[in-house]
Design a protein around this ligand. Structure first.
Ligand SMILES: Cc1cc2nc3c(=O)[nH]c(=O)nc-3n(C[C@H](O)[C@H](O)[C@H](O)COP(=O)(O)OP(=O)(O)OC[C@H]3O[C@@H](n4cnc5c(N)ncnc54)[C@H](O)[C@@H]3O)c2cc1C
Ligand code: FES
Ligand code: FES
Length: 1332
């Protein structure tokens, strides 16, 4: 739509160059700045972090701050200088130390998060060239990484910190890094243990003088600011930025409905995902009055335009200036600000925007409300003050502001003596409950004069418990008052069973748990004031109850601690040539490209001629007949080229059970029905909303495993393994029958599904660029769906970790549409659609019956597992098989029966995911061990030891193996973690603390590597040597971040005996290496490594006569000679691997080439009142045999451990009773952040271990670490069991994963969980349903 008027010039700079045109975040992409990644679009992941520099009109200084580009309106950049990762440094010119260090410290795997990490660190260094470790932690708090486990990223940043706490070997008096430094060959002597993964002495120093300066033109503009109103017209929206407060107020009077945009962190997500539309936006960014801060005698007035980050600084300063009793409110606010969102959001979000948004989850509003804050409002009519109270927060007309008014500032009074505002927000899972509480006593007494309590996160707005507080006035601060207060609060702040957000009983419990914490805190304060009271003649001394020392633990928080750790591995043989990189911690091949943003991901491929965009239309019903699809309105929209439905597919529309596009019937919410093709992504997306689909609901609708069992709804036949005589064994022993529920897991790969398809009409060919780990499979699928006799060439771009999901469907549709339209087509799924459409890890419901002796020896075990497969088969049969094969984990139990079945439900089809069912299944086995321990009154580790494989033996499927390294891992882990002494310390701690408990657990692991099918154990590679001596390697494995390309170059370098710098890798493509097998099951490097080795050996054999003839010659000489002698310098390598088989009829086989063994010990501390926990320490010992690359392998272990920890503790999928996935963004689905890393995190690779089957005796470690994350789960369960034992409650509670704070809190039953009202499940419809 053409603009009615001409826009003013929008002036800003990007990477030192003036830009006066741009439209959005895609604007950056359109000027080829693709380093800024898109991963969530909601400010929640930090992948799009960039630095904005602005002249601050108040301080007259340049302010550098990190922001998330996805929420940054381009118009808000007027007068700003933007620095993206490309402006920081480049491989082609000069690398910035941040980029160099993150790459060389192995802080990147897939690299999709890396530019964002770089920008967060870079911005920190621009403000603090030598930051503290706490500042570094804070700076990285808003950046998610799904691959690395954060440790190496933090490690790279730590090299800039002033007080580098590099000594990772706590308590030894020595620094591990120093050992390396004193050793001329750190990877030196035989059997030497190394702890150094990078050489920091190689790093170039940080030189702040080298940074880009703030553009003089912008400085001039800032010093002589334009006062006139600037207007920028967009296609549908007008952005108005007045230069004076007067103009702003006039504009607000003229456009009362127009919102004020400050940080856009509240407006932005609403506009992006909830379809909110505002034709006019007012930006007060240039109004200095809104950024004023006034310190008055009774308080602090902070301008509404101040960012939350600025507010942190202001509060900290005021706290340092005033006596403690005056700053209680400020302290509470500051505490919450530290954990409110990530640094980028705090830099963008304003106080005004926060207060005026009145979010029910607001962390600040409850504190501001109980702190008696006032809002200073201003309009063209004048000014007025209103209290920030319950009327305002509830949006009541009695207190609401007029549409023409704006918030100028917030006045926060000092706290007064004996006023104690307290805030609680201990939740580390959404939706959180928070609270602000304040009490004032009658002079010199403990009698309540004034009481304020406000809660966030329990209703549609911040709720004030006004009535309860009134009824408590005059009461004395004692247990009687507490009991009455709890009763009153639960009555007043009532939460219906169907409340949005769910977790109703948990939230009710928190209401009173927080009150109890406040009660104790006030009691403590009162004690301190005893002397004061006594001096004033009051007889209060001793009139309130004593707090037992054991109860005081309720008051301590879990502050964020800086993670420490040591990583150990075996050095290479000292005789190994220096040129030979095998076994050395070589940097990820693409590390530097990731760090500079120069790595090309699928969506970074420049737009091609006539390119079109695609958006998908998905089902909103779980099971329904499609009556009609009306696309007419969509086709009328500008830019829309076509709408593709099932009828348009020329080939076959999938299989009968798994349609590419739905026909006649839909079987889950999120099923793809049709696709819109348009000229721009925005047009395509907009058109999807105009497609009208009429449904008729069908029955049955099945979501849960229990319902599927009831309806006999299964995807495939049962898989079963049996050994011994289970029934007979059960007759002679004690038994426990229990259930275990393991939730599913979203892949949450940082790079969402995206594909670019380019048709080459003249040859009827398609070039398909897709992020996949199974290119051949995608190729076959595309062929199947489109015209016969066409050729596809699949190129796998650098991929943001797939963890198995291959995005096959998306590629097929695109393949098909490209044929139809003849245009190249690009599809980039946004995070919400990606999470909605694709399935993930299967939720599992397990039932076990275990028979045991009272010494802990397990005699019989019968496990039945059901997985929720969703609506189509996908990989569910394979996952069931793996689940059953791996279920025994590390234990030898003579009488065993394992059964598994995949349920068919009306949910998106679940698929394989790192670990292939093992992480879910083995949790059932380990839960069973824990239950036996509890029944026998023995520690779980004793039961584990007693039942573990000890000598050469056979598995349940009759495959022989030697568990020697399993035992070694277990013993080393016990030893390295000082398990026994720490268990004793934990017990001591638990005796002394009632409300906090420690738990510790050690878990063994036997993980089978590979597929139970021979055809998967093969690979091919293509190696070319060019006449200049350079070598090009292509193999069939996909680089997903796991470092396969790096390892392949290490192999080629060893085989050809040339430095790695001679060798290059070509991206995986079906045009060069056909019929590849999926890069999965941890065998990618094993099989492809052998193929590369084979190709190199063939080439070397051909060169042998030449080398023999001239041994003193150089590589280049030999290659030249070979060329002249017409010797082929190109070879295909092939590896025919392990002959795997599994006879399911007989239940026997040799399905796996080898096992990876490991053990992990974790210790946690839980807060029984809130359910929060902190991870104190984790020690992992893993048997990698002779690691090809210890840095990469340790990275895999750490990354998968943290991912596993997420599976078992925080990652919770929430479905509505209608089968709609609620958890579709990082705010709703919590993957671990940097603050979740255990405070001490040690990983060591077991030395002196060998395996004959694999390349150079290495082992594949891609998946196994995932299960070790369960050690955190069992440590939490251990702490919970201690609580229950102490309180005399049954210890054998139902095991449920993830162990969220909700689960922990409700399992730690106490007087508060007992006093909450419980709803009869028949009387309400819950907000969400459990599907496991
Ligand atoms: C990823 C993410 C994580 C978050 N995490 C948390 C969290 O942990 N805890 C928490 O409490 N919050 C959290 N938030 C919410 C965040 O605090 C708010 O979005 C933010 O404070 C809003 O400020 P803003 O400047 O961005 O508002 P904007 O989006 O710019 O504006 C929001 C609204 O306020 C109005 N407004 C703004 N200023 C004024 C004014 N001066 N006068 C009148 N009206 C005005 C606007 O008209 C608009 O309607 C999170 C947000 C994001 C995106
Ligand atoms: S924060 Fe911008 S893409 Fe996630
Ligand atoms: S390296 Fe961080 S998301 Fe992949």
């Amino acid at each position: 739509m053409p603009c009615a008027s001409r826009s003013d010039e929008l002036v800003f700079f990007v990477n030192g160059r003036k830009v006066s045109d741009g439209h959005s975040y895609r604007g950056l992409r359109s000027i080829r700045l693709t380093g800024t990644k898109y991963a969530c679009g909601r400010g929640g992941c930090g992948a799009c972090t960039m630095m904005v520099s602005k002249h601050d009109s108040v301080s007259k200084k340049i302010r550098h701050f990190s922001v998330t580009a996805c929420l940054m309106p381009i118009c808000s950049l007027y007068g700003a200088a933007v620095t993206t990762v490309e402006g920081v440094g480049s491989i082609k010119t000069r690398l910035h130390p941040v980029q160099e260090r993150i790459a060389k410290s192995h802080g990147t795997q897939c690299g999709f998060c890396t530019p964002g990490m770089v920008m967060s660190m870079y911005t920190l260094l621009r403000n603090h060239p030598q930051p503290s470790e706490e500042q570094l932690m804070e700076a990285l708090g808003g950046n998610l990484c799904r691959c690395t486990g954060y440790r190496p990223i933090f490690e790279s940043g730590r090299t800039f910190c002033m007080e580098v706490n590099s000594c990772q070997q706590k308590g030894t008096g020595k620094c591990c890094l120093d050992w390396g430094e004193n050793d001329s060959s750190p990877l030196g002597k035989k059997n030497e243990i190394c702890t150094k993964l990078f050489a920091k002495e190689e790093f170039q120093p940080l030189d702040p003088t080298q940074e880009l300066i703030f553009p003089p033109e912008l400085l001039r503009m800032a010093e002589n600011p334009e006062k006139q109103t600037l207007t920028f017209y967009g296609e549908r929206v007008t952005w108005i930025s007045p230069g004076t407060l007067k103009d702003l107020l006039e504009l607000k009077a003229k456009h009362p409905e127009a919102p004020l945009v400050l940080g856009n962190t509240s407006l932005g997500p609403g506009m992006k995902s909830q379809g909110h539309f505002h034709p006019v936006l007012l930006s007060p960014a240039r109004i200095s009055e809104l950024s004023m801060v006034r310190k008055t005698s009774d308080g602090l007035t902070i301008g509404a335009g101040c960012s939350l980050a600025q507010m942190q600084v202001i509060l900290a300063e005021r706290i340092s200036e005033l006596p403690e009793e005056k700053t209680q409110t400020y302290r509470a606010l500051l505490k919450h600000l530290r954990s409110l969102a990530g640094q980028q959001i705090r830099n963008m979000a304003s106080l005004g925007g926060h207060v005026m948004s009145r979010h029910c989850y607001s962390d600040l509003n409850p504190i501001l409300a109980v702190g008696n804050s006032t809002l200073n409002l201003i309009s063209a009519e004048g000014t007025r003050q209103i209290p920030l109270n319950e009327h305002f927060l509830a949006g009541l007309a009695s207190a609401d502001i007029e549409p023409e008014e704006i918030l100028e500032s917030v006045h926060i009074p000092h706290s007064r003596k004996v006023r104690i505002p307290l805030a609680q927000c201990q939740q580390n899972a959404l939706p959180h409950v928070n609270a602000g509480m304040r009490v004032l006593f009658k002079g010199g007494t403990d009698s309540i004069e004034d009481l304020r309590i406000a809660y966030g996160g329990v209703g549609t707005a911040t709720i004030s418990a006004h009535r309860s507080c009134q009824q408590l006035l005059g009461k004395r601060w004692n247990e009687l008052m507490l009991d009455e207060a709890c009763r009153l609060l639960l009555d007043e702040v009532s939460l219906p069973g169907s409340a949005p957000g769910g977790q109703v009983e948990f939230k009710r419990t928190l209401l009173v748990s927080f009150l109890f914490k406040f009660y104790l805190e006030v009691l403590q304060e009162l004690k301190k004031l005893v002397k004061l009271f006594s001096a004033s003649g009051c007889s209060c001394d001793g009139c309130y109850s004593e707090i037992s020392e054991r109860f005081l633990s309720a008051l301590e928080d879990f502050p964020v601690r800086i993670p420490q750790g040591v990583q150990t591995y075996q050095s290479v043989d000292p005789h190994q040539p220096l040129q030979d990189p095998v076994g050395r911690p070589i940097m990820h091949l693409s590390g530097l490209k990731h760090a500079t943003g120069e790595a090309i991901f699928c969506d970074d491929i420049p737009m091609v001629d006539k390119e079109l965009f695609m958006a998908l239309v998905t089902s909103s019903r779980a099971h329904a007949k499609i009556i009609s699809i009306d696309v007419s309105k969509a086709l009328e929209l500008p830019g829309v080229v076509d709408v593709i439905t099932a009828e348009d597919i020329p080939g076959t529309n999938g299989t009968e059970d798994d349609k590419l596009l739905a026909v006649d019937e839909v079987v889950c919410v999120g099923q793809i029905i049709c696709a819109v093709v348009a000229e721009t992504d925005v047009q395509a997306k907009r058109a999807t909303e105009k497609i009208k689909i009429t449904y008729e609901d069908l029955k049955p609708v099945i979501f849960t495993i229990k319902d599927a069992i009831k309806h006999n709804s299964f995807l495939c036949p049962e898989k079963k393994l049996e050994q011994g005589n289970v029934e007979e064994a059960f007759e002679k022993v004690d038994q426990i029958v229990e259930e275990v529920h393991v939730g599913g897991q979203e892949h949450f790969y940082m790079e969402t599904q995206r594909v670019l398809v380019i048709p080459k009409t003249e040859d009827k060919e398609l070039d398909i660029y897709v992020s996949t780990q199974d290119p051949a499979h995608v190729q076959v699928s595309v062929l199947y769906f489109k015209h016969p006799h066409q050729q596809d060439h699949l190129s796998c771009k650098t991929s943001g970790w797939r963890f198995w999901r291959e995005g096959r469907k998306a590629s097929c549709i695109r393949g098909d549409c490209s044929c139809g339209t003849g245009h190249p087509i690009r599809l980039v799924l946004n995070r919400e659609d990606d999470m909605l459409i694709t399935g993930g890890r299967h939720p599992l419901f397990g039932k076990y019956k275990v028979g045991f002796m009272n010494n802990g020896r397990i005699k019989a075990l019968d496990i039945k597992c059901f997985i929720n497969g969703g609506c189509t088969l996908d990989d569910s049969e394979l996952v069931t098989e793996f689940l059953i094969l791996k279920l025994e984990n590390a234990y030898k139990i003579r009488n065993l029966r394992f059964q598994g079945r995949a349920c068919m439900t009306n949910l998106p089809s679940n698929t394989a995911f790192r670990g292939f069912g093992f992480p879910q299944g083995a949790l059932v086995t380990e839960s069973c061990i824990t239950a036996v321990a509890a029944k026998c009154g023995l520690p779980p580790e004793k039961i584990r030891e007693k039942n573990m494989y000890k000598t050469v033996d056979k598995t349940i499927y009759n495959q022989a193996f030697n568990p020697e390294t399993l035992i070694r891992c277990w013993n080393e882990c016990l030893d390295k973690s000082s398990f026994r002494s720490r268990r004793m310390h934990a017990e001591e701690f638990n005796k002394k603390n009632y409300w906090k408990k420690k738990g510790i657990a050690i878990i063994p692991m036997k993980f089978s590597v590979g597929f139970a099918a021979t055809s998967y154990h093969q690979a091919a590679a293509l190696v070319h040597i060019y006449t200049d001596g350079s070598v090009l390697v292509t193999h069939g494995g996909s680089e997903l971040g796991q470092g396969i390309h790096t390892k392949m170059l290490q192999v080629a370098s060893r085989e050809l005996k040339i430095p790695m710098s001679y060798i290059h890798i070509c991206e995986t493509s079906t045009a060069t290496v056909p019929n590849t097998i999926a890069t999965a099951a941890s065998i990618g490097a094993d099989v492809n490594g052998r193929a590369v080795q084979n190709a190199c050996q063939i080439l070397l054999k051909r060169l042998e006569p030449i080398i023999k003839k001239r041994p003193e010659g150089t590589w280049e000489n030999w290659i030249e000679a070979a060329f002249e002698q017409r010797i082929s310098l190109s070879a295909t390598g092939y590896f025919r691997g392990y002959k795997a088989f599994m006879d399911w009829e007989k239940g026997v086989g040799d399905p796996f080439p080898y096992y990876v063994y490991g053990a992990a010990c974790s210790e946690v501390e839980i807060d029984c009142l809130t359910g929060a926990y902190k991870k104190i320490r984790t020690d992992i010992v893993m048997d990698a045999c002779c690691s090809l690359n210890p840095a990469i392998d340790i990275g895999q272990i750490e990354g998968s451990f943290i991912q596993g920890m997420g599976l078992y503790t925080t990652e919770e999928l929430k479905y509505s009773p209608e089968g709609v996935l609620y958890s579709r963004s990082p705010d709703e689905y919590k993957i671990p952040t940097i603050t979740d890393v255990p405070e001490e995190f040690n990983v060591s690779l077991l030395p002196s271990s060998r395996t004959p089957l694999t390349i150079y005796s290495s082992k594949g470690l891609g998946e196994s670490g995932m299960f070790l994350g369960s050690s955190v789960f069992f440590a939490i369960a251990d702490a919970v069991a201690t609580v229950r034992r102490e309180r005399g409650i049954a210890e054998d509670f139902t095991v449920q994963s993830p162990a969220t704070p909700e689960w922990v809190r409700m399992a730690c039953a106490d007087r508060f969980t007992e006093m909450i009202p419980r709803d009869d499940p028949k009387t309400f419809k819950p907000w969400s349903i459990p599907i496991a």
